[in-house]
Ligand binder design. Sequence first.
Ligand SMILES: [Ca+2]
Length: 195
Amino acid sequence: MSISQLQGLLRVHIHRGVNLAIRDLRSSDPYVIIRMGKQKLKTRVVKKNLNPVWDEDLTLSITEPLPVKLEVYDKDLFSADDKMGDAEFDFTPFLEAVKMQFEDIPNNTIITTVKPTRTNCLAEESYITWTDGRVAQNMVLRLRNVECGEIEIMLRWIDVPGCRVSAEASMVRETKKNEEEDAGPFFVVFGEMPV
Ligand SMILES: [Ca+2]
């Protein structure tokens, strides 16, 4: 991968699983794998827990916004790990928000709302917010191909200096500055947009 193709890093915080499927006698030993293109990352195993808290950051290098696939497995010592469902998510709306390069907007402003549909894996509405000086997106993913289970994650973006999103963003910032002079503070204009 050349540096010119790299747009930045997507930090996927794997928060926790809720009501995951039983794959051992009474419980499971779950861990999460995420894949995008050729990249594959995984969390540690939480033993005997159907509501595991991982709180782990998995970081993907982003060259293009491909869908991210997420799989949950039950760790087994003497046989192949059992599947506990899968999901996928699209971070295009998140990346669009990152490219807007907000500044000086109130903490926890909602930038975009992504609704659950028949084709995405969202269990509830997902909010792209400006939180603690950065764009963040919380998602509750309903696992497919399994009887039950949800995974809660949060997306954050990490700029890599000189990479494409940074370059585009600085152009957006210049445009925004010009608009601000004409149209008042940007966040006021934005805050009145329907979500
Ligand atoms: Ca097991």
